[in-house]
Ligand binder design. Sequence first.
Ligand SMILES: [Zn+2]
Length: 195
Amino acid sequence: MIYKTHHVAALIGAELWLIHTHQPVLTWQTAVALLGAYFAGPAADVDQPQSYVGQRIWPLAIALSGLGIRHRTLTHSLLFLAGLWGVLQLLPLSDMIRWAIWIGYASHPLIDLFNEEGVELLWPLRIRVRLLPRFLSIPVESFAETLLRGVMTLCSFWLLTLYLHPVVTKLPLLRPITDGIIQLMPSAIQTFINK
Ligand SMILES: [Zn+2]
């Protein structure tokens, strides 16, 4: 998937996390958490020098390429996710920000599982994992990916509305709008976020 799709997927993951854990709205920590997740989302593609991230963090991209790290292997693996969690523990971050960044990063290999090439989740084992049969998979930069990104963007706005709801309830003009949006949400998601 391209970086834009990963940005949106990471935001959805972080929003679900903030709502689920009832984080206070409109604090600098929540802003950092959302931004951290947003930028962590596409980061795994630094293993591809011609990718959006690879072109921007080119010294690391070239180093990984020079080390023979193939696309969708090390940086997309469960092993890396575990290592990243360990590194995040060493940084002076709150638990909320740490989780949001990690979830944002972890959303990347998850979304890539919908692509026909799949991901070497168990790297260094050379086993490509994908979630969908080839004929249903979502090719990179295809119409299906654009559609998926559109739906996810709507979901992201939906969740943001829900997250901001405690503030918006104090604004009488906006409340009926956000109440209506929340009513449209599937009950399974409502149960999850109200836990
Ligand atoms: Zn990727």
